[in-house]
Write a protein that binds this ligand. Structure first.
Ligand SMILES: O=C(O)CCC(=O)C(=O)O
Ligand SMILES: [Mn+2]
Length: 216
């Protein structure tokens, strides 16, 4: 099924509930998308996108960088949050105000008050890149939600249950969509299917995802 066909089964705007405390806010980030993308470019000038290696020795197809007090990173020794970018030896770039505001406001719109992320993982997908099913569980404070912003090419987000082998919903995500999940949905498995090449007007053959978390 094409991504568009999947999307036609859902609504164009508004809130799409994925669980008791999980939802997609359709188009929520669209008004600030240009500002977000300019800020991503600026972050990447100081902390370049890189393909991390997993503890199992696999090089990830998604390119990553971070901003904020803590950055998510991986190498043969494991996954972890670090205050210093291992590539530059410098602190990660500060989290831009527009990021903080958007993350806070999206969380509030999804029913999570006072979200103040200290980590923003920036994922860059080229056609064919994917993210296997996983839980976000490296954060100290699992009481805070995850806020995940999609920009550029569409993707199919997989949203499963609390066990890896639970059924997954296929959720098409478009430029400006924001997914928020927390509380009893905080540890649900999720991933991104291999991206099809359907170039976006501003970003071309790329998808950028911003994942905001309270890690420390
Ligand atoms: O790219 C996405 O939509 C999801 C990213 C994600 O799950 C992660 O970075 O942990
Ligand atoms: Mn994740």
């Amino acid at each position: 099924m094409s991504t568009r066909a999947l999307f036609d089964d859902t609504e164009m705007d508004g809130v799409h509930q994925l669980g008791p405390r999980a939802c997609v806010l359709r188009g929520f980030a669209r008004p600030v998308a240009g500002e977000l993308l300019r800020a991503v470019d600026k972050v990447a000038q100081s902390a370049a996108f890189r393909h991390l290696v997993t503890p199992g020795g696999y090089t990830m197809s998604v390119a990553m960088t971070n901003c904020g007090a803590l950055g998510w990173t991986s190498d043969r020794r494991g996954y972890r949050y670090a205050a210093i970018d291992p590539e530059t030896g410098l602190p990660w770039p500060a989290m831009p105000e527009v990021f903080k505001r958007l993350a806070h406001d999206a969380a509030a719109a999804a029913g999570f008050d006072s979200f103040e992320p200290d980590a923003c993982l920036i994922n860059r997908y080229a056609p064919g890149a994917k993210l296997s099913l996983h839980q976000d569980k490296d954060e100290r404070d699992l009481g805070a939600p995850i806020v995940s912003v999609s920009l550029g090419m569409p993707a199919v987000f997989l949203f499963g249950g609390l066990r890896r082998d639970d059924a997954t919903a296929k959720v098409p995500l478009f430029h400006g969509d924001v997914v928020v999940w927390g509380a009893e949905d905080r540890l649900r498995y999720h991933g991104v299917m291999a991206l099809k090449d359907s170039p976006h007007a501003e970003l071309g053959s790329q998808r950028i995802n911003l994942t905001f978390r309270k890690a420390g």
